[in-house]
Ligand binder design. Structure first.
Ligand SMILES: Nc1ncnc2c1ncn2[C@@H]1O[C@H](COP(=O)(O)OP(=O)(O)OP(=O)(O)O)[C@@H](O)[C@H]1O
Length: 654
């Protein structure tokens, strides 16, 4: 019973429906018409569920997916005629053809993004039709191909097809569910949500899209093979119809694009509505009208689809408790309304309050002992820095430039980051720091110069290859995949390009366990099951740090980690950075919070007008007249007759 309770309600409902569908022809064996309606519903569900892989998960809308049904039908029909065998025995070959064609088309088309893909999929469907009409030797042109009749009795003719399509549908849904639970599945969703970000966390977006497109074609092609035998006739116009593709899209959109069962539910609704329109509305014309109207209503009133709308309605009435793991790894229950993690708080700075506590007044300094000032801390760190032997160069940026139109954002800049350091990159707004980050991680291509990382030249590498080498980054404005859960966000990065890693489990298994560990490190384990978009901005910054750690990075580029983060979360963030640095991770930090920079970083590089103007330990930099003029300003200029500024670190980070 406990095991039964652990199974999600949707899976239980699906299992019950499956049992009913399996029993239906047994109790109603002599009703060919409803059986035909049902089996065509299964066929549409196979197509919608497959389409969902590339268009629902990965967000690349295909308007020509019925092409794979036609390809499967023709492959199996032609081969069955030539080899003189029953089409059913070779139906999987329809799937193989669909996969091969999808990979060939995909490897060209999927290098584009967005609308171009949509248009090309329609063009491909029409091209396939023209090809079928004109390849008379193979396809018999517009006359079509006639196949032998089924070898079983006409009395129960539909029943074998009913079970064949139902079996294929079950396989399609199981395949789709498995795919979504792998890192490949999270990678596809990452591409849908933010393709540039996905590439920066090691997702080889080109390969993912091509494999996703091929995966979305196989079961449609195989079903096409069975369909050719069901119809016993294949012709170009019927096999490559745009209405078929539109029906697939409508079914998936109506049920819920990107969900597991939505496309299946949508397919049955569309199939039944279409059948009703044909019977009561006078034929195909009314079907087209109905589909057009339904598409409009879906887009207007349930843009996410019927199942997600029902789920949202249910959740509003039955808010669920969430599982959490605290920093010590203890499991517990927490109400879903809780917003602050109840993890052991590690204060990063003296006098910092724990979450939920009122800020305690700073303790009075002991007689003869002043409040620790930023200056003193900076000097302490500068002294300490002198004692630490500099590591070898990990990142070497040589004479790199980037212009946007007439604007020179990065101007022949050079920069080195040594292994084991927490290097700061500071400078005025618009001085080119983020652009330099983009050039290093591959979000943008440099106009000139070279970038070397850990002994390899990387400036011509794709972003995911740089990620696989151990180069990770976070963003000035967080770029989490907001529709994914927190755990999925952390599990999504790929540290290498092996197929084994790509198809590792994202929900269970060692990758998922590692993601949980990383979430615990940043103190957000209890939020693992929540939608990332529901977290606070500071929490999202911490999740983004955990996400980048999944890459097992050697160097992390942090773009304004303190921006918009409250002091208690900032304390945790800096503590995590220090801890990771002690564990061997190197950091390059862009930050405007100067006290934090002086606390955390050494050396400090100062950028102005797209190039470095000073570099050195924090104590030197903060007194460098060039830096004071270009960036820090008079507030930081030491005046001989001024008393020292009593800025405590806590004040500073606020
Ligand atoms: N994609 C882009 N297209 C056009 N101009 C850009 C683009 N990205 C950056 N710039 C320009 O390049 C210059 C450097 O911008 P960048 O964001 O690198 O500065 P920054 O030092 O990171 O600034 P901040 O500290 O405010 O984040 C700015 O003038 C900016 O407007």
């Amino acid at each position: 019973m406990t095991r039964l309770r652990a199974i999600p309600r949707a899976h239980l409902a699906a299992a019950l429906v499956l049992v009913a569908l399996l029993v239906y022809p047994v109790v109603n064996p002599w009703q060919p018409y409803p059986q035909a309606v049902m089996l065509l519903g299964f066929l549409l569900a196979i197509q919608a569920s497959s389409w969902n892989i590339i268009s629902g998960y990965a967000g690349y809308i295909s308007l020509g997916h019925s092409m794979f049904l036609g390809l499967g039908s023709y492959t199996v029909g032609i081969l069955a005629l030539q080899w003189g065998i029953n089409p059913l025995w070779i139906a999987p070959l329809g799937g193989v053809t669909a996969v091969v064609v999808a990979m060939l088309i995909g490897s060209v088309v999927l290098r584009t993004r967005g609308h171009a893909f949509v248009i090309i999929t329609i063009a491909m469907l029409l091209a396939a039709q023209i090809l079928a009409i004109n390849s008379r030797g193979l396809t018999h042109g517009s006359d079509g191909i006639t196949l032998e009749l089924p070898f079983w009795s006409r009395d129960f003719q539909n029943i074998p097809f009913y079970y064949l399509f139902l079996g294929l549908l079950v396989l399609t849904v199981l395949f789709s569910a498995w795919l979504r639970r792998t890192k490949f599945g999270t990678g596809l969703v990452a591409i849908r949500e933010d393709e540039g970000k996905a590439a920066s966390i090691g997702v080889d977006t080109t390969r993912f899209k091509i494999v996703g497109y091929a995966a979305s074609a196989f079961f449609i092609g195989a079903a096409g093979g069975v369909y050719s035998y069901y119809l016993t006739f294949i012709n170009p116009v019927g096999s490559f119809t745009i209405l078929g593709s539109v029906t697939i899209v409508l079914a998936a959109l109506a049920g819920g694009r990107g969900t597991l069962y939505g496309p299946v539910v949508g397919a049955f609704l569309v199939q039944l509505a279409g059948e009703a329109a044909t019977v009561y509305g006078g034929g195909t014309q009314s079907r087209v009208l109905l589909f057009g109207l339904a598409l409009m209503l879906v887009v207007l009133f349930v843009p996410k689809g019927i199942l997600p709308a029902l789920q949202a309605w249910w959740l509003r009435r039955h808010p669920a408790d969430v599982e959490y793991t605290d920093q010590a790894g203890a499991l517990g229950r927490a109400p879903s309304t809780a917003h602050e993690p109840a993890t052991a708080h590690v204060p990063a700075f003296a006098h910092e309050p724990a979450p939920g506590q009122d800020p305690a007044p700073a303790p009075e300094p002991a007689p003869g002992q002043g409040v620790v000032t930023v200056r003193e801390r900076a000097l302490e760190r500068a002294e300490a820095a002198g004692r630490v032997a500099p590591g070898e160069v990990l990142l070497d940026v040589r004479g790199v430039s980037k212009t946007f139109g007439g604007l020179i954002a990065v101007d022949g800049a050079g920069l080195t980051v040594r292994k084991g350091s927490v290097t700061a990159l500071i400078g005025p707004n618009g001085s080119g720091k983020t652009t330099l980050f983009n050039l290093v991680t591959g979000g943008m291509a440099a106009d000139a110069g070279e970038i070397w990382f850990d002994g390899e030249r990387i400036d011509a590498m794709r972003p995911w290859r740089r990620g696989h080498l151990g180069l990770g980054r976070t963003y000035q404005v967080t770029r989490l995949f907001k529709e994914m859960t927190v755990q999925e966000n952390v599990v999504a990065p790929l540290p290498d390009s092996r197929w084994r890693t790509m198809f590792a489990g994202a929900v269970s298994g060692h990758e998922a366990a590692r993601a949980r560990e990383l979430l615990d490190i940043v103190g957000l384990g209890r939020f693992a099951g929540q939608r990332a978009g529901s977290l606070s901005y500071g929490q999202q910054k911490l999740v983004e740090l955990a996400q980048v750690l999944m890459l097992r990075p050697k160097l992390i580029l942090l773009d304004e980690p303190a921006g918009g983060v409250n002091p208690s979360l900032l304390g945790r963030l800096t503590e995590v950075i220090r801890e990771l640095n002690r564990g061997g991770v190197t950091f390059l930090v862009v930050e405007h919070n100067i006290p934090l920079v002086l606390e955390l970083c050494d050396p400090v590089v100062v950028f102005s007008r797209g190039r470095p103007i000073a570099e050195g330990p924090p104590a030197t930099i903060r007194e460098d007249p060039v830096v004071l003029d270009a960036y820090l300003g008079d507030d930081w200029r030491p005046a001989p007759d001024d008393p020292p500024r009593d800025v405590t670190t806590r004040e500073a980070v606020q």
